[in-house]
Design a protein around this ligand. Structure first.
Ligand SMILES: Cc1cc2nc3c(=O)[nH]c(=O)nc-3n(C[C@H](O)[C@H](O)[C@H](O)COP(=O)(O)OP(=O)(O)OC[C@H]3O[C@@H](n4cnc5c(N)ncnc54)[C@H](O)[C@@H]3O)c2cc1C
Length: 495
C-alpha cells in the first residue's frame, strides 16, 4: 500500500507510526507545507512546556524506516510553490488528511481589525518562530493591561507567556525576538475574560494551577465573589469541578498585595465591540454581561444520577450550562487585546474536484468517526459502511474539530490508522484515481514537483536544519534558536 499523509503534526505522525508497526510492508510519504515537521508541537505548544514537545520523537522513529519519505516545503493546494491535490491523489492507494486547523475563529464584532487586537494564533506563532507571523511585532509597550478574550488553554498560555519572569523563557526554544520584546514588555496586568462561569470555562486544572504558581504574580478574585459566580454549594459539586472551585478560591501562591504582576479571570461577559477614539488603535472593549439560562444548583438537582459509561450526568450538565445576554454593558480600557476563541480548519483546494466533502460549519471533513471520509453524494438511506470515498481518510483536528490535546489526537490517529490497515487487509476498495494498477508514489510525484520548480525538503535536510538550530541555541544557553523564515531555511540548505 502506498499512503500519502498530508500534514506532519501529531495526527500525521501518530498515524504513520501505527501503520509502520502494523503493516511494515507499506510505503508512506508525508507532505508538509513547511520545510520543518511537527505542526503545532513546534509552532503551538508553549515553549515552557518542553516535556510536551517530546511527543515529536515518534516522528523521528518513523523517519528511520526505509519506506518513509518526509516531503517538506510542499503545501498541497493551488498557485505558485504549491502542489495540486490531484497530482498526488493519482499516485497513491490512499490519502490521509491530517493538515490540522490553520486559521483562527473570529468574534464577528465591530473593531476586530483595530491595531492592538491580536489573534492568539498569531501571537503564539510569533513567539514560537512560525514564519507566517515573524513580523507580527505586537505592541507590548503602550499598555500595562492586556485582555485575553476566551478562557481555553491557549488563552492561559498567552496569559502565562505575558506574565512569566523572563528567565523562565530564556532557556526555552522561544524565538529570540519574542524574548527580547517580552523582556521590554510593560504589561503587568492580564485579564482573561469569558462568556460563561468558572465551572463552564474550557481551561483545564493543570494550566490554571500553573498560573496560580507563577512567581511574583498575584491572582485577583472576581468582584462578584465565588459564591454568586459558582452558584452551587461546594460539597454538592462533582469531584472534578470541586477541585477547580477550590483552586480558584485558594488563589495564587503569591498573595496579590506582594505581587509585581497581576492576573484576573473575568466571567459572564461577552465581547460586543472593540472601541477606538481615532478609528485606528484599540482603546477599550465593550462587553455585555451574561446570566445562566438556569440556576446552577437546580441543574445539579435534576441530573445527579451517575451513569455507567462516563462521568456523572451532573458534571456534564453543569459544564454545559448555557448563558444568555442580560443587555447590561461593561467596559474594559486597554490598547492590547488577544482574541483566543479557537482555531478552525478549511477545505484544501481541489476537494471539490476529487469529490471530497467539507463541513464548513463544523470545520471538519465529514467522516465515519473511524477516519473514513464520507462521500458528498451519500443519501441518508445508504448505511455508513457503504458511503465512503474509496481510499480517503482523515485524522486529528481536521477530523474531529480543533479541540483536544496531543494524547487525544494520538488516540484518534491510531483509530484512523487501524481503519486503513483493516480496510487494506480486508480488500476494501481503495483510490481508483489515475487508474488501477501500481501507484508511483513520491518517485512519480517528484517529477511534477521538479517541473514546477519547487524545492522539496527531505528528512536529511530537516536534520541539517535541526542541528544548526541546536548549534545556534548553545551559544545562547537555549535548547535551540529556530530559523524563522522559509527563505532562511532554504538558503541555509542550499549554501
Ligand atoms: C497554542 C496551542 C497550544 C497547545 N498546547 C498543548 C499542550 O501544551 N499539550 C497538549 O497536549 N496539546 C496542546 N495543544 C493541542 C495540540 O497541539 C493538538 O492536539 C495537535 O497539534 C493537533 O494535531 P494535528 O496533527 O491534527 O494538527 P497540527 O499539529 O496543526 O498539524 C497539522 C500540520 O499540517 C500542515 N499543513 C497544513 N496545511 C497543509 C497543506 N495544505 N499541505 C501540507 N501540509 C499542511 C501544518 O503545517 C502542520 O504541520 C495545543 C494547541 C495549540 C493551538
Amino acid at each position: 500500500m502506498r499512503l500519502a499523509i498530508i500534514g506532519s503534526g501529531p495526527a500525521g505522525y501518530y498515524t504513520a507510526y501505527r501503520i509502520m508497526k502494523k503493516m511494515p510492508g507499506s510505503y508512506i510519504d508525508m507532505y508538509e507545507s513547511l520545510p520543518v515537521p511537527y505542526g503545532l508541537v513546534r509552532f503551538g505548544v508553549a515553549p515552557d512546556h518542553p516535556e510536551v514537545k517530546k511527543s515529536s520523537e515518534n516522528l523521528d522513529d518513523v523517519a528511520k524506516w526505509p519506506n518513509f519519505n518526509f516531503i517538506g516545503n510542499m503545501p498541497i493546494g493551488d498557485g505558485p510553490g504549491r502542489l495540486p491535490l490531484r497530482t498526488i491523489a493519482e499516485q497513491y492507494d490512499a490519502l490521509l488528511f491530517a493538515y490540522g486547523a490553520s486559521k483562527d475563529k473570529t468574534l464577528g464584532i465591530p473593531g476586530e481589525d483595530l491595531h492592538g487586537v491580536v489573534s492568539a494564533r498569531s501571537f503564539v506563532g510569533w513567539y514560537n518562530g512560525l514564519p507566517e507571523y515573524d513580523d507580527l511585532n505586537p505592541d507590548l509597550q503602550s499598555s500595562d493591561t492586556a485582555v485575553v478574550i476566551g478562557q481555553g488553554n491557549v488563552a492561559l498560555d498567552v496569559a502565562r507567556t505575558l506574565l512569566a519572569p523572563i528567565k523562565h523563557l530564556q532557556s526555552t526554544d522561544m524565538s529570540e525576538q519574542a524574548i527580547e520584546a517580552l523582556s521590554r514588555s510593560r504589561v503587568t496586568n492580564v485579564k482573561v475574560i469569558g462568556r460563561r462561569g468558572p465551572l463552564q470555562a474550557p481551561y483545564t486544572i493543570k494550566e490554571l494551577r500553573e498560573l496560580m504558581h507563577l512567581p511574583e504574580t498575584g491572582f485577583v478574585p472576581p468582584p462578584e465573589g465565588w459564591d454568586e459566580l459558582i452558584g452551587v454549594e461546594r460539597k454538592k459539586l462533582p469531584r472534578q469541578l470541586k477541585r477547580i472551585a477550590e483552586l480558584l478560591e485558594k488563589g495564587s501562591k503569591t498573595p496579590p498585595e506582594q505581587a509585581m504582576k497581576m492576573w484576573q479571570l473575568g466571567f459572564m461577559r461577552s465581547p460586543v465591540e472593540f472601541l477606538s477614539s481615532d478609528g485606528k488603535g484599540l482603546d477599550a472593549i465593550g462587553f455585555e454581561r451574561t446570566a445562566y439560562t438556569a440556576e446552577p444548583s437546580s441543574v445539579l438537582e435534576q441530573e445527579d444520577t451517575p451513569t455507567l459509561s462516563g462521568p456523572p450526568a451532573a458534571l456534564n450538565a453543569l459544564r454545559a450550562l448555557g448563558v444568555r445576554s442580560t443587555g447590561e454593558k461593561a467596559l474594559v480600557h486597554t490598547s492590547l487585546a488577544f482574541r483566543s476563541v479557537g482555531y478552525k480548519s478549511e477545505p484544501l483546494p481541489g476537494f471539490d474536484e476529487l469529490g471530497i466533502p467539507f463541513d464548513q460549519k463544523r470545520g471538519t471533513i465529514p467522516n465515519d468517526k473511524f477516519g473514513r471520509v464520507l462521500r458528498p453524494d451519500r443519501s441518508p438511506e445508504v448505511p455508513l459502511s457503504a458511503a465512503h470515498s474509496p481510499g480517503m481518510y482523515c485524522a486529528g483536528w481536521v477530523k474531529r474539530g480543533p479541540t483536544g490535546v496531543i494524547a487525544s489526537t494520538m488516540d484518534d490517529a491510531f483509530a484512523s490508522a487501524d481503519t486503513v490497515v483493516m480496510d487494506w487487509e480486508g480488500n476494501a476498495r481503495f483510490n481508483e484515481l489515475g487508474g488501477e494498477g501500481e501507484k508511483g508514489g513520491w518517485d512519480a510525484v517528484k517529477r511534477a514537483v521538479d517541473a514546477r520548480g519547487i524545492r522539496s525538503v527531505s528528512w536529511a535536510d530537516w536534520e541539517k536544519i535541526d542541528a544548526e538550530e541546536r548549534r545556534q541555541g548553545i551559544g545562547k544557553g537555549k535548547v535551540r534558536e529556530k530559523m524563522r523564515s522559509i527563505t532562511e531555511m532554504l538558503r541555509f540548505l542550499d549554501a
